[in-house]
Design a protein around this ligand. Structure first.
Ligand SMILES: Cc1cc2nc3c(=O)[nH]c(=O)nc-3n(C[C@H](O)[C@H](O)[C@H](O)COP(=O)(O)O)c2cc1C
Length: 190
């Protein structure tokens, strides 16, 4: 069982990174092989909307996305963590999402799968955190994450969404959140 863990925060030891680390730990302890990707360390341009992917379903921009693409194709499950920035995902995360338009093109234009008809045969976990406590804090991110996972043939299997976390490491004061992330990683692996 191979799982891909994607860190979408610019902070290496930020709240979502610490939560995702716990999920990775849980998945590994349950026997999964987990590859970790820290988006801030990659050289990844935004989508240029040139549709070079129309020929093969593969993005033509030659940068670190090429390897991520292969990892996204190969994994059985995805764990994605992003903070809430202006009621959306982080810019690092959004760049990755937009580059995955190549998956959308492959599925709907090349393979002609009708919209909403693809099989969701993989599972995705989304982890997020925001500073405030509003009821709709995660609505914007969740809408785009749901469609992003669908493009990858993934069901949005579980979300771990935490309000009231702002400073780096705030989540360390909530061992119950970290435990929840650990258990989610274990379950995803199983
Ligand atoms: C550019 C930016 C935009 C943000 N926008 C929001 C927001 O819209 N709502 C909110 O509750 N928190 C917002 N925050 C706070 C972060 O979501 C919060 O600090 C979170 O814990 C960061 O997660 P991380 O430590 O994993 O990076 C913002 C922070 C930054 C830097």
């Amino acid at each position: 069982m191979s799982i891909l863990a994607v860190y979408g925060s610019p902070r290496r030891r930020g709240n979502t990174s610490l939560l995702l680390k716990k999920a990775v730990e849980g998945a590994r302890e349950a026997g999964a092989e987990v590859d970790e990707i820290v988006l801030r360390d990659l050289r990844m341009a935004p989508c240029l909307e040139i549709y070079g992917c129309k020929e093969t379903g593969r993005c033509v921009i030659q940068d670190d996305f090429q390897q991520v693409y292969d990892q996204l194709v190969a994994c059985r499950g995805l764990m994605l963590a992003s903070p809430i920035f202006f009621y959306a995902v982080s810019a690092h995360t959004k760049i990755l999402m937009d580059r995955c338009q190549s998956f959308w093109v492959k599925k709907h234009w090349i393979e002609k799968v009708p919209f909403g008809r693809g099989e969701l045969n993989r599972k995705g976990l989304f982890i997020s955190a925001g500073a405030t406590g509003g009821k709709r804090l995660f609505d914007g991110a969740l809408l785009s994450i749901r469609y992003f996972f669908e493009v990858l043939d993934m069901e949005l299997w579980r979300t771990l969404l935490y309000r009231g976390l702002d400073h780096e490491g705030d989540v360390l004061e909530h061992s119950e959140y970290l435990e929840e992330a650990y258990q989610a990683g274990r379950e995803l692996a199983q």
